[in-house]
Design a protein around this ligand. Structure first.
Ligand SMILES: [Zn+2]
Length: 407
């Protein structure tokens, strides 16, 4: 784990490595927060998304919910068995400590919940901030990443809400950056103008923002305005307030579409066809277990329109157009891809030091990477500790794919 003051640079993909592995032109995953999920609705989601449609998405969980406004909210305390039904790779903070009456939160709760997680063998790869939780890292405030406070007289106090070290101990390597982007498809080149056009969805507003941004860049003005826009990367290196570095990622969506009704709009067939046509990766933001107000008494949790969108997504996957995976798997792929070093006949998968301290058969299992050109004579495929067994799939003279067998 690299932390402290060492500079950690964002790595950029070698241009000989294709953005996505053959045959995919785009990659979709879902990042769903467990807020408001009632158990019967959870059962319907598990049955439809994971069993009937076979979508390989991952899910998130609250270790325990203390929210008195949502007494039926699913958590691992009441339903530890959910971990065995489909993959959960995201912790939605340490639990739901919002609207918890007189119950507060401090570091000792994180320590206790970390033990519970170890007992349940729940080792999430991703952390997502929740609402206005006092231990959040990036969304609405940053108290979870500040180890100590200093008062005006010069006294230093340990921050009882600091848990970033424990979050990493739980297994987390990726953090939601607290933002939602309306640009469909990250990890693809966009000019500044195109970025603003796609972000606003309006020719007039997009052009105005682009001009404002350009003028600001030229004359060093409007830094706050320009700082809102982090570019179109799928993930980036971030330095937290304790000095440590980690990977953060934005999510795609709109705040008002982050429920089971909105998901059908977010993943509507025309949008997913556009994602496939333009390429890129998409981390769709939703709350699978939350219904839009007014739908509390609907007999079914998943509306027909959302089901149609999901069926269409499953169809695009079957046709070899849209890659689908868990959230952690997509982020792992991007980091591994961006740390490939090609030198003569050797292709080396380097450990990046933040997500991976070593890269070998275990870390590469199930992944594939497509490299442009023909297979070099005497090709050597290396992890951080030496040769790694792999298969090679040739695509004529254009490219070849390295496939690593499932563990
Ligand atoms: Zn939440």
């Amino acid at each position: 784990m690299s932390a402290g003051n060492t500079a950690v640079k964002q790595r950029v993909r070698d241009s000989r490595v294709q953005a996505l592995p053959h045959p995919w032109s785009a990659w979709l995953t879902v990042s769903s927060d467990p807020d408001n999920t009632r158990f019967p609705d959870w059962q319907e989601l598990d049955r439809v998304l994971w069993k009937e449609l076979g979508l390989p998405f991952s899910d998130s969980a609250f270790v325990r919910s203390y929210n008195v406004q949502l007494p039926d909210q699913v958590d691992l305390h009441g339903h530890p068995e959910i971990l065995g039904s489909h993959l959960h790779d995201t912790m939605h903070t340490w639990g739901d400590f919002m609207f918890a009456g007189t119950r507060g939160f401090d570091r000792s709760d994180a320590e206790a919940h970390l033990k519970v997680m170890e007992q349940l063998r729940f080792s999430p790869r991703v952390w997502v901030d929740h609402s206005m939780f006092i231990g959040n890292l990036l969304h609405t405030h940053k108290f979870g990443g500040i180890p100590e406070f200093k008062d005006a007289s010069g006294y230093t106090y340990a921050n009882q809400h600091y848990t970033l070290d424990l979050i990493r101990k739980a297994g987390v390597r990726y953090f939601w950056d607290g933002t939602i982007t309306s640009v469909l498809g990250q990890d693809r080149e966009l000019s500044l103008r195109q970025y603003h056009l796609e972000r606003t969805g309006s020719g007039r507003r997009g052009t105005l923002d682009w001009m404002k941004h350009k003028v600001g860049d030229t004359f060093g003005l409007g830094k706050a305005f320009r700082d809102q826009f982090q570019g179109n990367q799928a993930y980036r290196v971030h330095q937290f307030l304790d000095g440590s570095h980690g990977y953060v990622f934005p999510r795609y969506g709109r705040w008002e579409l982050a429920d089971i009704q909105g998901l059908g709009v977010l993943l509507a067939p025309d949008k997913m066809e556009r994602l496939v046509a333009h390429g890129g990766v998409c981390i769709a933001y939703t709350h699978l277990g939350k219904r839009k107000a007014g739908h509390e008494n609907d007999p079914a949790h998943i509306p027909a329109a959302t089901r149609r969108s999901l069926e269409h997504v499953a169809g695009l996957h079957r046709e070899g157009k849209l890659m689908l995976s868990s959230l952690g798997r997509l982020l792992d792929y991007l980091v591994l891809r961006d740390h490939i070093v090609i030198n003569g006949t050797s292709i080396t998968f380097q450990a990046d030091g933040l997500a991976f301290n070593a890269v070998g058969a275990r870390e590469l299992a199930g992944h594939s990477f497509t490299i442009k050109g023909t297979v070099p004579q005497g090709i050597e495929v290396l992890g951080s500790g030496g040769p790694v067994s792999h298969n090679i799939l040739r695509h004529g003279d254009r490219a070849f794919t390295l496939q690593f067998p499932e563990a």
